[in-house]
Write a protein that binds this ligand. Structure first.
Ligand SMILES: *[C@@H]1O[C@H](CO)[C@@H](O)[C@H](O)[C@H]1NC(C)=O
Ligand SMILES: *[C@@H]1O[C@H](CO)[C@@H](O)[C@H](O)[C@H]1NC(C)=O
Ligand SMILES: *[C@@H]1O[C@H](CO)[C@@H](O)[C@H](O)[C@H]1NC(C)=O
Ligand SMILES: *[C@@H]1O[C@H](CO)[C@@H](O)[C@H](O)[C@H]1NC(C)=O
Ligand SMILES: *[C@@H]1O[C@H](CO)[C@@H](O)[C@H](O)[C@H]1NC(C)=O
Ligand SMILES: *[C@@H]1O[C@H](CO)[C@@H](O)[C@H](O)[C@H]1NC(C)=O
Ligand SMILES: *[C@@H]1O[C@H](CO)[C@@H](O)[C@H](O)[C@H]1NC(C)=O
Length: 428
């Protein structure tokens, strides 16, 4: 009988300290599915960003310092896929347009925004001197992409918002992840405050149009077009809300890391508030049974989507790390535990090959899909943000309890079990 209390105590400690986490082999499957599936311009850019955040942290914008100007040998294999995206795209560019330079996108596409998502990888290739060894002009390609965005070939709104589309002026929430992080990273690496400021301005202009004050600030998906090419979409697409929040955080991190951080504190405050605004608009719509969002956050007739759920959760850990805003951490933990939950036959929200499920079809935003490369990237973004947060001491794990709010479930459970264990010690 004397061993019983110790057993109880260990059991309780195990329960309290057990953390849901992906194993190395589960992560490798996700990395492999992402590599296999990412082909579209925005998927290449999103993949490069996920690899930096997850596998090459000192070269991610969330390291909050300028990247080293050369890659240390212990990071060279981790960063290789990022450079392979950059070199593949830039070499293709010069071969497909007969070696012409001048304003042009990194990839020829009907979206004006998506090719720019590859820009940060191209900037990093230049910054770390890859061009010295492979003879490719990464700085020139990045400058051409930048100039293209500001050229007359890309429509602008009357107040200067850059169109998401080439064919006509149209604003999509997706844009916030594709273009402002590129402008901001360009500004950070070339010490150009104008570009950091414009990254902020573009987000502000998009928010002016897409934020739906009739829906507690959820963002609408697509506005201002004539609908001839792609119909406008007033719906509150969950992935679009998550793209916007996640893009804002990359811009916030870029400004924070720049020499202009103190003179741009109000911009950083705004970005932080706007990320929180989206989280505050989205989380009340989380499906309580599954802890996932519906594809359109406030439309329960739409299917459940694990991809947007993962990306938005990553923004909660990032906002906590960057700005000590901890409010939604318990909710993010709940969704992360749901997304990465296991049953006796494996992960509940992944196929045996490692595809996240259920997910929106990345090529058809109203339809459920089966294999989503961007969803795989969001899993890595979430895993990276959560791991960074845990390594930083899991600050604010209990969130900020609102006055009149309900207490934190896991905290109460661990307190009850802990007290129970101590009583057991005393009794036996
Ligand atoms: C989760 O597991 C991965 C290995 O798969 C590990 O690299 C990472 O550090 C773990 N995260 C935490 C917070 O323990
Ligand atoms: C290069 O262009 C070809 C033809 O357009 C395309 O099939 C291929 O995927 C491109 N490669 C890269 C790395 O973008
Ligand atoms: C490429 O440029 C060369 C030299 O200017 C020209 O002769 C050739 O026709 C061009 N090819 C294409 C496909 O535009
Ligand atoms: C870009 O794509 C369009 C059709 O999508 C095509 O008409 C145009 O020739 C392409 N331009 C280049 C430079 O490849
Ligand atoms: C390219 O890299 C060099 C050296 O690191 C840097 O001085 C330059 O500003 C970079 N150019 C761009 C466009 O980022
Ligand atoms: C900053 O970037 C803008 C846009 O490319 C450019 O017009 C301006 O000359 C740059 N400023 C500096 C100081 O390099
Ligand atoms: C485990 O989860 C998978 C995926 O959701 C499901 O198909 C399977 O039936 C579950 N197995 C058990 C034993 O609950």
């Amino acid at each position: 009988m004397r061993t019983f209390p110790t057993f109880v105590l260990l059991w309780v400690l195990g329960l309290v300290s057990a953390q849901t986490n992906l194993t190395d082999s589960q992560v490798s499957d996700v990395v492999a599915r992402l590599a296999q599936g990412a082909t579209h311009p925005w998927e290449l850019g999103t993949r490069a960003q996920a690899i930096l955040e997850h596998d090459v942290r000192p070269f991610s914008v969330f390291s909050l310092s300028l990247p080293a100007t050369s890659v240390p040998s212990d990071s060279s294999s981790a960063i290789a896929p990022v450079f392979s995206i950059a070199s593949g795209v830039v070499k293709n560019r010069t071969s497909s347009n007969n070696h012409t330079t001048g304003p042009q996108p990194l990839v020829n596409d009907s979206s004006a925004a998506d090719p720019a998502s590859i820009g940060p990888a191209v900037l990093l290739a230049n910054w770390t001197g890859l061009g010295n060894s492979d003879g490719v002009d990464y700085a020139g390609a990045a400058k051409d992409q930048l100039d293209y965005l500001y050229s007359d070939n890309v429509p602008k709104s009357s107040d200067g918002a850059i169109s998401h589309r080439v064919g006509e002026l149209q604003l999509w929430s997706d844009f916030v992840y594709m273009v402002p992080p590129f402008l901001a990273y360009y500004g950070l690496l070339t010490n150009n405050q104008t570009l950091l400021q414009d990254a902020y301005n573009q987000i502000k202009l998009y928010r002016d149009v897409l934020r739906d004050t009739n829906a507690n600030n959820l963002w609408k998906h697509i506005e201002l077009g004539s609908g001839k090419q792609v119909a406008n979409d007033d719906g509150h697409w969950s992935t679009g809300n998550a793209w916007a929040a996640a893009g804002m955080l990359r811009v916030l991190a870029s400004i924070h890391s720049s020499p202009f951080s103190s003179s741009m504190s109000s911009q950083q405050d705004d970005l932080s508030n706007w990320v929180f605004e989206i989280q505050s608009a989205m989380y009340p719509h989380l499906d309580s049974d599954s802890s996932l969002f519906h594809n359109y956050a406030d439309d329960t007739s739409t299917f459940l989507d694990a991809a947007s759920t993962a990306l938005l959760a990553s923004t909660v850990y990032r906002l906590s790390l960057l700005r000590s805003v901890h409010h939604f951490l318990p909710t993010a933990e709940k969704t992360r535990n749901a997304l990465f939950a296991s049953n006796s036959s494996g992960l509940e929200h992944f196929t045996s090959q490692g595809w996240l499920t259920p997910v929106v079809n990345p090529d058809s935003f109203g339809a459920e899909g089966t294999e989503s490369p961007e969803g795989e990237a969001f899993v890595l973004d979430l895993q990276a943000a959560w791991t960074d947060w845990v390594k930083d001491g899991s600050k604010g794990a209990n969130g900020a309890m609102r006055i009149g709010g309900r207490p934190n479930g896991p905290l109460v459970l661990s307190l009850v079990l802990g007290v129970g264990a101590m009583m057991a010690m005393v009794v036996f």
